[in-house]
Design a protein around this ligand. Structure first.
Ligand SMILES: [Mg+2]
Length: 218
């Protein structure tokens, strides 16, 4: 017989974002310099001159000038090859990110890495393993590692992202998003982190505490 009401052992216990400051953290364009990693890989593969620095004002590499792609399929094929050559294990870190994230972890912020890196199928083992290796190698602390493109289905105290589409979708879902500044997202409203530096941690802590108070009606 099914009980009339399922009694959770957690009933009456505060949990989730009621208790924790949960920070959903994007990787590419926020912690890892994907654009520069792809540029370096394409130069190394002989597909781009070394002195070419493509247009950074568009997020989509197939519409930005300077990249050697004529179509989404061409881009995905190059991306797939770069992945197989361990792009995700070797890419440059965005300066200051590991230090700031370690300070946030010390403040008991629950860091949940959320990344859409499985958007090309067929080599997920390489992507997941290289991502975990890169996070360890760069001493970036985190409690969860989520691979999903459906970022707006996740609730957090704060999300940090650089993708205009993700930022808009999250805000439409009622989530609080900090824009990590990149040339391709300058048209979006803030709040905005212009870089990872000594001001990032107090700014993020203040935003999180302000939003938690607002969301709980305090
Ligand atoms: Mg990103």
């Amino acid at each position: 017989m099914v009980p009339a009401k399922y009694e959770s052992p957690y009933d009456g216990v505060d949990r989730g974002t009621d208790v924790y400051r949960v920070m959903d953290l994007d990787l590419d364009g926020v912690c890892a310099d994907y654009t520069e990693a792809m540029r370096q890989w394409l130069v190394h593969a002989g597909r781009m001159p070394a002195d070419t620095y493509p247009d950074m004002t568009r997020y989509d590499m197939t519409s930005a000038t300077g990249w050697p792609f004529q179509s989404v399929e061409e881009y995905k094929q190059a991306h797939r090859e770069a992945e197989a050559n361990h792009l995700y294990a070797t890419m440059p870190v965005i300066q200051g990110a590991p230090e700031a994230l370690r300070r946030l972890a010390d403040e008991h912020v629950y860091i949940r890495v959320v990344t859409h890196r499985l958007f090309v199928s067929g080599q997920h083992q390489i992507v997941v393993s290289d991502t975990a290796k890169w996070l360890d190698d760069n001493h970036i602390p985190y409690m969860s590692l989520c691979f999903t493109g459906l970022k707006d289905t996740m609730h957090a105290t704060i999300h940090i992202d650089d993708s205009p589409a993700n930022i808009l979708a999250l805000r439409q879902a009622g989530e609080h998003v900090v824009v990590f500044d990149q040339p391709y997202n300058r048209q979006l409203d803030g709040p905005r982190l212009s870089a990872w530096d000594e001001t990032s941690v107090p700014k993020l802590m203040a935003w999180m505490d302000q939003w938690r108070a607002t969301d709980s009606g305090k």
